[in-house]
Ligand binder design. Structure first.
Ligand SMILES: Cc1cc2nc3c(=O)[nH]c(=O)nc-3n(C[C@H](O)[C@H](O)[C@H](O)COP(=O)(O)OP(=O)(O)OC[C@H]3O[C@@H](n4cnc5c(N)ncnc54)[C@H](O)[C@@H]3O)c2cc1C
Length: 424
């Protein structure tokens, strides 16, 4: 088994022969992210005989992405700890995994997939769990390509990690989860000067209420990060040996390296080839994660499904959502169709600060911030009027289930028993 970071160029076929002919499978999963991994395990729990294949464009076995913007930089996590399961464990589950060979064609009529290396697979049931890719900046100037980075996968991490050397100045653009986490993580790198530019007033301003935005701003300041609020990127160029980032209304910022953290886009190409119905940038699925083609399911960042509380189509880009939808899709594929009711949580870590959140957490709709004296912890309620539609637990752990239960039951903020459970 290759170690992480091995970048041999040939596609790697794990425990499976290279086939000249079409091979037939009961289940094929495209993607090797958390949605794919959970789906495979869920299928195996219900069907230990069906032939099950996972196909991945990346060269790594399914692994954790969250440490790529957090713990790998601080030493809290190691590369060896990233895989979700070892090769031996996947073998034990009889899950065949073909790595480093992207699927480039889906013929839904013939029920076949073709990979970049020319392998053809026929499926009975197919899961699309292709996730997304980082949005890329337009780089007209070739020199910029060595200096501008995005972060979605392990290879991106390796590239940035190799470039982030002492004495350099790095500018992280984007105040969403990825940009905020990465700016915090990079500030811990010896000798690296970190700038962070974002469109709002603070990193994570779309989620955090003003009181917590202040806490976060102070923490970045303490770490020596140069903050640039209200900076909306307009373009990049190369001048006097530096990358120069231009903003709509502010002065340009010069840096040695620039991390472009302005969101992701779904990998929709296969779904489009199959003519699947799309919505909100994803594959539209029903409550059982089944797409408009009855033999194809979708899960993870790619899937747009009816929100279990509000019933409107929703697509989330979070780890727990990927695992939960993957698991539900796997079960449905193996014959156990149940309506998907899990309301996902999301989490983030900035320095030693961290939170978990459930539901809709829009900083424009904050109902109340309960912050007990002594600081450090807070429970933030979001919603409309008295009705809570989201809860963010700031440095408060083990309460996500209670938050989820209250939101699903449409508890109002006046429900003192529920509120007390969350706050004590
Ligand atoms: C750096 C980083 C940190 C994150 N941290 C957090 C966090 O702290 N908390 C949180 O809640 N969420 C976090 N997320 C988001 C979370 O990781 C994603 O929501 C989750 O990975 C989505 O899982 P997925 O299985 O749907 O897709 P992905 O994880 O994107 O996996 C999709 C896989 O499919 C493969 N693939 C795509 N197209 C093809 C094809 N045609 N053929 C074969 N394979 C293909 C891709 O190469 C990829 O391996 C983070 C994301 C990143 C990038």
């Amino acid at each position: 088994m290759d170690r992480y970071g091995d970048s041999t160029q040939k596609p790697r076929v794990h425990k499976a022969e290279v086939m000249d002919e079409i091979s037939s499978w009961d289940y094929v999963i495209v993607g090797t992210g958390p949605a794919a991994a959970e789906a495979a395990v869920a299928i195996r729990e219900l069907d230990n005989r069906g032939k099950l294949l996972m196909l991945g464009a990346e060269r790594q076995l399914p692994y954790q992405r969250p440490p790529l913007s957090k713990g790998l930089w601080t030493g809290k996590d190691t590369v060896e700890e990233l895989p979700l399961r070892s090769a031996a464990e996947w073998d034990g589950l009889s899950v065949q995994i073909h790595l480093g060979d992207a699927v480039i064609e889906l013929d839904a009529g013939a029920r076949t997939l073709t990979s970049a290396s020319g392998r053809i697979y026929r499926y009975e049931r197919l899961l699309l769990a292709t996730g997304g890719r980082a949005r890329q900046p337009e780089l007209a100037i070739a020199t910029l390509r060595d200096r501008v980075f995005t972060l979605r996968n392990f290879q991106d991490y390796e590239r940035l990690q190799a470039a982030a050397r002492p004495g350099l100045t790095v500018l992280v653009v984007g105040g969403g989860f990825l940009g905020a986490e990465l700016a915090a993580a990079l500030s811990r790198q010896e000798g690296l000067k970190v700038h962070h530019a974002f469109a709002g007033n603070a990193p994570l301003a779309h989620v955090l209420p003003p009181t917590l935005q202040k806490v976060v701003l102070a923490r970045y300041g303490k770490a020596g990060v140069q903050l640039h609020p209200q900076h909306r990127l307009e373009g990049l160029d190369w001048e006097d040996g530096s990358v120069r980032a231009h903003f709509t209304t502010q002065a340009p910022i010069a840096c040695d390296l620039l991390v472009y953290a302005l969101g992701m886009e779904s990998n929709l190409e296969l779904a489009q080839q199959a003519g699947l119905t799309l919505d909100k940038g994803g594959v539209l699925v029903n409550t059982e994660l089944r797409s408009s083609d009855s033999r194809i399911w979708a899960a993870g960042d790619l899937a747009t499904y009816p929100d279990p509380v509000w019933q409107e189509p929703c697509r989330l880009e979070h780890w727990d959502n990927a695992e939960a939808t993957g698991r539900a899709a796997g079960r449905a594929m193996a014959g156990r169709s149940e309506p998907f009711r899990h309301q996902s949580l999301f989490f983030s870590d900035l320095f030693e600060l961290g939170f978990e959140a459930v539901g809709r957490c829009d900083s424009q709709r904050v109902l109340r911030v309960a912050a007990p004296p002594g600081g450090g912890k807070a429970v933030v309620y979001y919603g409309d009027g008295d009705w809570v539609e989201g809860v963010l637990l700031w440095n408060v752990w083990g309460k996500a289930d209670a938050a989820r239960e209250g939101i699903a039951a449409h508890r109002p903020l006046m429900d003192l028993h529920w509120v007390e459970t969350l706050e004590t």
